[in-house]
Design a binder for this molecule. Structure first.
Ligand code: PMP
Length: 352
């Protein structure tokens, strides 16, 4: 090893789901929305003039921040925006988890959490989910340097009640509790109303799933003004201009079409529930989902085998290795037509 190599920060990176470049793939592997964003988003995009690119964008992303504050009925200074919720979450880890005590998150959850903890040298511990893949709030009563909970959780798809999340927040007044609500629009119970009650709560959301805008890279955090200011200070110590002028404009435009948003959510939820039944008919155990994906294990066929067989048929789902979840597939809810193709492929593979 060269001497200079000792000074390199070594990390094991997060591995995102595949983004296939070939055509004809049914992509049910990264929890994107199968429907396009609102026509209002297209309209806002069309109006962007090319000469805007000569200038830096607004570092405060005020148009988007104000639109979000209004949409959620918050005061000015309660919203922070970033390049997808991954950016917002990474900055939140850096800003709020500065203790020598370990932060806590479940053993089965978003696999980016341990990666951010490692890259920022934050110690962590992972209380185990119970036998039904549920978070046990009482496990979060031990000493810690902060908590992050995905609600609904991923990849399990299971949501906690607001009262259960509140139990975690209220029993941890001395640390910041981050609630990652990436999937909450699909039927979870948000803790947003608790922002009035707890100043140690930060709620993180994304445009990538429910707003069909994964490619725009927009995420945001909501919390009390001191938390938002602290996040802003850290962000501005790294990069002032994270949000492009396009993402600011189209992000704000998406909030103007509530009808479209609600219809889109309803479609996904309907497809999810019918897909759950179809999977059960074919011998899968499917966890109750409050998200835009299903977490399912077949009674006989192994997860890795099904993943590979589906992949050969150009149907991409997600499979994670891991003691408790190795037999499960995480299947994004696509259109009805895409799900039909999935079931046809499964029938072929399972020899029905
Ligand atoms: N949180 C959870 C629980 C997720 O599953 C994802 C999607 N991979 C994210 C956050 C990040 O999404 P994005 O960066 O696209 O907002």
């Amino acid at each position: 090893m060269n001497k200079w190599e000792e000074n390199i920060r070594k990390v094991v990176p997060y591995v995102p789901g595949e983004q296939p470049q070939e055509s004809g793939v049914i992509k049910l592997n990264t929890n994107e929305n199968p429907y396009p964003p609102s026509p209002k988003v297209y309209e806002a995009h069309r109006k962007i003039e090319i000469d805007c690119y000569a200038l830096y964008p607004d570092p405060a992303a005020s148009e988007l921040v104000t639109a979000l504050e209004q949409y959620y009925g918050l005061e000015h200074g309660q919203v922070f925006v970033g390049v997808g919720s991954d950016d917002v979450l990474a900055l939140s880890f850096l800003t709020f988890f500065n203790s020598d005590k370990p932060i806590l998150f479940p053993d089965v959850t978003y696999s980016f959490y341990p990666v951010w903890a490692d890259v920022y040298r934050i110690p962590y511990e992972c209380p185990e989910l119970d036998e039904n893949f549920r978070i046990k709030p009482e496990d979060y009563r031990r000493e810690n340097g902060g908590i992050v909970i995905a609600n609904p959780n991923a990849p399990t798809s299971i949501g906690m009640k607001r009262s259960e999340v509140e139990e975690i927040i209220s029993s941890n007044p001395d640390v910041i509790v981050i609630v990652d609500e990436a999937y909450v629009d699909f039927g979870g119970e948000t803790v947003l109303p608790l922002l009035k009650k707890y100043e140690n709560l930060l709620v993180v959301r994304t445009y990538s799933k429910s707003r069909s805008m994964a490619g725009a890279r927009i995420g945001f955090a909501m919390g009390n003004k001191r938390l938002i200011q602290a996040l802003t200070d850290v962000k501005e110590s790294i990069n002032s201009y994270t949000m492009t002028m396009e993402s600011i404009r189209i992000g704000a435009a998406s909030l103007e079409d509530e009808d479209y948003f609600q219809r889109n959510l309803r479609k996904i939820v309907e497809t999810r529930e019918s897909a759950k039944k179809e999977l059960e008919k074919r011998g899968f155990a499917v966890l109750p989902s409050q998200t835009n994906f299903l977490f399912a294990a077949h009674q006989k066929a192994e997860g890795q085998y099904l993943f590979e067989e589906l992949r050969q048929r150009k149907i991409f789902v997600r499979h994670f290795n891991g003691e408790r979840i190795g037999n499960y597939l995480r299947i994004t809810v696509g259109t009805d037509e895409q799900m039909k193709r999935l079931f046809e492929a499964l029938d072929e593979i399972l020899g029905e």
